[in-house]
Design a protein around this ligand. Structure first.
Ligand code: NAI
Length: 313
């Protein structure tokens, strides 16, 4: 046996606070595992034996007796092995990324905020010593109490989703951060559904700016995560109007900035061939839909971008 498991170590009979305090005094900079926070556990003791006396591994002066022998459950161990083993286990679980950084394993985060704070600090020291660069820390919503701890340690928000927030830390002080920014765009699609009578499918939105209330427009919407532009256009038209279509081609796109909370917007108008003609509107989003004869289509080219600015029916 050349290492000691945390469950063995947690069995030390000490109250939580007393234990943490004495351990920190001896090991400033070495993080405390969450498992150490269980207190007053009856079980095997970890003891350190020298020629002169026996004492608790983490409560006593372990640093001063680093070469001494000690026992856990009656097994003799080398204390240096124990120290390095415990140190390893008291760091956050993480794996390397391909850019010289690390990604913390969010499935193995300690549940105790004090343990997290300590392990995070020690891990940062360890990664810094190893020359690591970017650190990615994903904190699930169930452990949101860890967010302010990481922020206090110097982490920054990167992005958030419904179930987690992603934080980052750039270690090299002499180099600018090379971490990529969060996604900067939303992607929208519009369906230009033209039938054999040169009629185009148009809708009136239920919720829109007062200035465009009652305007007949193309069915539009946002593509879903991991959805293709062409299938997103077909889906949006089906959802809003009930009309089945088939994708033909992208006929225009527009790139606009500061659209949604400072994010940009890429909008693709897709030519779609109708496969059915029965209109069933989606009452949630759409007030009315119809096919109408095209009178005029305004398309202009600006800054090398083809922009479909409006359609008049
Ligand atoms: N609506 C239009 O007339 C035009 C739309 N586009 C483009 O079409 C794409 C999709 O835009 P739209 O169809 O206008 O999307 P939208 O803003 O109408 O949003 C689609 C649906 O999402 C929901 N939604 C969006 N924001 C919401 C909020 N803050 N609170 C509650 N519900 C919300 C609503 O149910 C809405 O019907 C974009 O890329 C846009 O640039 C381009 C030109 C004109």
């Amino acid at each position: 046996m050349d290492s000691v498991s945390l469950s063995e170590v947690t069995a030390i009979r000490r109250t939580h606070l007393g234990f943490m305090h004495s351990f920190r005094q001896q090991f400033s900079g070495v993080p405390i595992s969450p498992k150490f926070c269980s207190s007053k556990v009856d079980g095997p003791k970890a003891t350190l034996s020298s020629n002169t006396k026996s004492q608790s591994v983490y409560g006593g002066n372990i640093a001063a007796t680093a070469d001494s022998g000690y026992k856990i459950n009656g097994v003799n161990l080398k204390s240096r092995t124990l120290i390095s083993s415990v140190k390893e286990r008291l760091l956050l679980d993480a794996y390397d990324d391909e850019y010289g950084g690390v990604i913390v394993d969010h499935g193995k985060l300690p549940s105790n905020p004090f343990a997290f704070a300590s392990m995070l600090r020690a891990s940062l020291s360890d990664w810094r010593r190893k020359g690591k660069k970017g650190v990615w820390l994903k904190l699930p919503v169930e452990q949101s109490e860890l967010v302010p701890i990481a922020i206090k340690e110097g982490f920054e928000y990167h992005h958030a989703e419904k179930r987690y927030v992603m934080l980052t830390y750039w270690i090299p002080e002499e180099e600018p951060s090379m971490l990529p920014a969060n996604a900067s765009h939303q992607v929208g699609v519009g369906g230009f559904v033209l039938n054999q009578h040169k009629e185009v499918l148009v809708v009136q939105e239920k919720y829109c700016a007062p200035s465009i209330t009652g305007l007949w427009k193309l069915p539009t919407g946002f593509i879903n995560e991991s959805e293709e532009i062409f299938s997103g256009a077909v889906r949006e038209v089906k959802e809003e109007t009930g009309v089945d279509t088939e994708f033909s081609e992208v006929i225009a796109f527009r790139h606009a900035h500061n659209v949604a909370f400072e994010k940009s917007d890429l909008f693709f108008i897709c030519m779609l061939r109708p496969l059915s003609d029965k209109i069933i509107i989606d009452g949630l989003e759409i007030k009315a839909a119809k096919v109408n004869v095209i009178k005029k289509i305004a398309v202009r080219v600006s800054n090398n971008l083809l922009e479909c600015s409006s359609c008049t029916y």
